[in-house]
Design a protein around this ligand. Structure first.
Ligand SMILES: [Cu+2]
Length: 313
């Protein structure tokens, strides 16, 4: 074997080992009192008018073992609720601000004037608006109140999945939101969001569904031969995601989650902040398959989970 080829093999081995070691070395959030966030996509329901109530509320959230941070949420969780509708549905939103500062909502699945519906809502006030989900996809929603980088990095985001008119084939469906947290330790083991770190892009944690490494102890579970569909949004606020499954290849990637934008045989797909993608894969061999951002400076900051493939029935 040539030295060059040998070096390449060693690099692959080293990277893989680092990931495996990371899996073993990093304590799982679930062991420290934070239950894993259910990643299973809830059903869309048959009604064509979808009514949502989204409440802005402050919560102290454990984003990693021992790291509790006072954050800003939609409905008390980070990310906010997984929203699942169908193309053509009317989405009626009631947004209630139960915090002491202004917040707003911006749905990437909507087409509506920013200066009318995405404006800050005062403390104690609410806003009702509706939109028709015209395009299928995996879309971000978020607070856009200035400075938006602070509202997003403090937790005000989520995913809305819009099913296409022509349904995709049945699959085991999951929703993942990648995002960054930037915090500073303060007195008595508490943490605070750190605006300067956000601007400097020095994240402490890069996570899926709001908690570092949570799907190591609570893997996404499928059976060999199951079609799996991952709806992934990158909430940022700043990093690009290099979404990858170690040990397999995506049969299809739908850019922004729209089946009209189909790619085939993809190893890694970049999701920009504020973007989404839908990934389909059918793993035929039982085992463990990590999903990561392949931007390896960030993988070890919490952006790694496991897909556990059980033997076929
Ligand atoms: Cu906000």
């Amino acid at each position: 074997m040539s030295a060059r080829r040998h070096n390449k093999r060693y690099l692959v081995y080293a990277l893989t080992s680092a990931v495996v070691l990371g899996l073993l070395a990093l304590p799982a959030a679930a062991q420290n009192g934070s239950p894993a966030r259910d990643p299973v996509l809830p059903p869309a329901g048959l009604q064509h008018v979808k009514q949502l109530t989204i409440i802005a509320e402050n919560q102290t959230i454990q984003i990693a073992p021992g790291v509790k941070v006072p954050l800003w949420t939609f409905n008390g969780t980070i990310p906010g609720p997984i929203i699942h509708v169908r193309q053509g549905d009317e989405v009626q939103v009631t947004f209630v601000n139960k915090t002491p500062i202004q917040h707003s909502m911006d749905f990437h699945a909507a087409t509506t004037p920013w200066n009318v519906w995405y404006q800050p809502v005062n403390p104690g006030k609410s806003l009702k608006f509706s939109f028709v989900a015209k395009y299928p996809g995996a879309f971000m929603y978020h607070c856009g109140t200035p400075p938006a980088f602070m509202h997003i990095s403090s937790g005000m985001y989520g995913i809305i999945v819009v099913d296409p008119v022509t349904p995709l084939p049945p699959a085991k469906e999951f929703a993942l939101v990648e995002s960054e947290f930037y915090v500073t330790a303060s007195a008595s083991d508490t943490y605070q969001p750190d605006a300067q770190k956000v601007l400097d892009v020095r994240p402490d944690y890069v996570v899926f569904n709001g908690i570092a490494n949570q799907y190591q102890d609570h893997p996404l579970i499928v059976r060999a031969g199951d079609r799996m569909r991952l709806y992934v949004v990158n909430a940022g606020p700043t990093l690009f995601s290099a979404f990858h499954v170690i040990g397999w290849i995506f049969d299809r990637v739908y850019i922004d989650g729209n089946p009209s934008n189909m790619l085939q045989g993809i190893q890694t797909y970049q999701i920009p902040p504020g973007g989404g993608a839908t990934f389909e894969l059918t793993i035929t061999q039982p085992g463990l398959y990590p999903f990561v951002t392949h931007a390896f400076a960030y993988t070890g900051k919490g952006a790694i989970g496991l897909i556990k493939v059980l033997p076929a029935k």
